[in-house]
Design a protein around this ligand. Structure first.
Ligand SMILES: [Zn+2]
Length: 499
């Protein structure tokens, strides 16, 4: 029982190629086959012999001569191509073909030709990428060849076009590179936060979730041609948030804002100039507390349609209320919220950053650096997020740092880590940074302001008066004085002279 498997020793003539089958029918004077060949193009044949035979058939047709075994042979002889095609023609004499399959033969020939063109075009794209130029033109050619294909290559073609265009822009250092954080090492690892990405930044309380959220919002909004940043601040009122932004922008210690007589003339100038710059920055703050997820999504949509919102920051996820909490445990609610935020990012095609609180379980460990398993109890965040970052600051666990009466001998007051716990399509890692509580900033290592002088030996409450302005006064610009007047801020001599 060998079935249809060919037996050794039995003479099996190889199945003819579609071109051989079609040509053999033409050779036998099949008029339908002749018409089918006429509908093909010389480029549809990959072998030179076949192109020569095709040309002979076309040439006979043009002179109203019926192509068959005799006329084709004669035509090839006339053009000096018979010797090259002799064996091929001899094989056609014994080829068996089905006259009912003519359409199938032509489709096969065209499909194979389309595939060859696509391969050539794809190779050209690869070469162009390697050379670093002309990628777009090559991609267009590839796209066109895919569009022209008889097969369903259309969608692949458009995806390839987008992909190659993306690579081309990258090569030129242009195009969407994602939202940057202002921390180059982190941006290198994540390649920036991409559109449609849901990013979770998680930490224990007072490590600096709000700080990094605002840092990224601030950095994005202060770019030369920024897109809008929408901040949902469920915990902190707008005024306080703005104060933090002004502190970071002006580099004036935020603690001075509320202290009578603490602001120097230079501070005022810096603050007012910063306020002026921030006033023009496209930052939108929604500080409605206890917002429901459905309402948050609706507001985000509305803001996106009214303004060019390019980034959403939510401070923080656990404060969002579930719209239909009935019959769900907290874990189920968090899962629904995180799923909605991922969907929102995809719908608006912008990155959505959610800050996230970590529960105290990790405090039981010797190493208190957060890790992915710390998110496990928070419903589906771990699955939904494209990028998960954890913040860690050694100073919060250091007895010396915590003691306001002594200076830390280990010098890790500013030490902070951004731990990349999940990075879809990218590497994981730890980015060391420095924490500046006085101006509410995480900054790249050795990139902070000039070494501040500690006033009271406390790690996290450093008065930067000594290096911030001081005698080195920045003049108050006239428009700033005007704005101060409009805001009803009294800049009196006492404040100016309170050095
Ligand atoms: Zn310490």
């Amino acid at each position: 029982m060998a079935g249809n498997v060919a037996q050794p020793g039995v003479d099996v003539k190889p199945t003819p190629t579609p071109t051989q089958a079609l040509f053999s029918l033409v050779r036998h004077g099949d008029t339908n086959a002749v018409k089918a060949v006429a509908g093909l193009n010389q480029k549809d044949f990959s072998i030179n012999k076949e192109r020569l035979i095709y040309n002979a058939i076309k040439s006979l047709q043009a002179r109203d001569v019926m192509p068959d075994a005799i006329t084709i042979k004669h035509e090839l002889d006339e053009t000096g191509n018979l010797s090259e095609c002799q064996h091929y023609l001899a094989d056609l004499a014994t080829t068996t073909a089905d006259p009912g399959a003519i359409q199938g033969y032509t489709v096969c020939i065209q499909e194979a030709a389309a595939k060859r063109r696509q391969l050539v075009a794809a190779q050209e794209v690869v070469v162009a990428i390697a050379r670093g130029n002309g990628v777009e033109a090559a991609a267009q050619a590839l796209h066109d060849s895919m569009q022209a294909a008889v097969t369903n290559g259309k969608s692949i073609g458009s995806i390839l076009k987008k992909f190659t265009k993306f690579i081309d822009l990258r090569q030129k250092g242009l195009g969407p590179q994602g939202v940057k954080t202002g921390i180059p090492e982190l941006d290198d690892i994540t390649n920036g936060f991409q559109p449609e990405h849901f990013i979770v930044i998680a930490a224990r309380p007072s490590v600096g979730k709000t700080v990094i959220g605002l840092n990224i919002a601030h950095y994005t909004a202060m770019q030369p041609t920024p897109s809008g940043v929408l901040i949902f601040s469920l915990e902190m009122p707008e005024v306080e948030l703005t104060g933090r932004l002004i502190s970071a922008e002006s580099q004036v210690y935020g603690g001075k804002f509320g202290r009578v007589g603490a602001m120097t003339r230079a501070d005022w100038a810096e603050v007012m100039n910063a306020a002026n710059r921030l006033h023009q920055a496209p930052i939108f703050i929604d500080d409605t507390p206890a917002l429901e997820i459905d309402e948050l999504v609706a507001r985000a949509r509305r803001m996106k349609s009214e303004h060019d919102i390019g980034l959403i920051v939510i401070d923080y996820l656990q404060l969002i209320r579930c719209s239909s909490p009935r019959g769900r445990d907290r874990q189920g609610e968090i899962a629904e919220i995180s799923r909605s935020l991922k969907t929102l990012a995809k719908e608006l095609k912008i990155p959505v950053i959610a800050l996230s609180q970590l529960n105290r379980d990790l405090e039981k460990r010797a190493d208190k650096r957060p890790m992915m398993s710390d998110l496990r109890e928070s419903g589906a965040i771990e699955q939904d997020a494209d990028i998960v970052l954890f913040l860690y600051r050694e100073a919060l666990y250091c007895e010396e740092c915590k003691n306001p009466l002594i200076a830390c001998t280990k010098g890790h007051e500013r030490d902070a880590e951004i731990i990349i716990g999940k990075n879809r399509g990218g590497p994981l890692g730890v980015v060391p940074v420095e924490f500046y509580g006085e101006t509410q900033q995480f900054l790249p290592v050795n990139n902070g302001p000039a070494a501040p002088v500690k006033q009271n030996n406390r790690c996290n409450a450093i008065d930067i008066n000594s290096h911030q302005g001081g005698q080195n006064t920045t003049p108050v610009r006239p428009e700033v004085a005007q704005m101060a007047a409009e805001l009803g801020i009294q800049v009196n001599d006492n404040e100016f002279n309170s050095l």
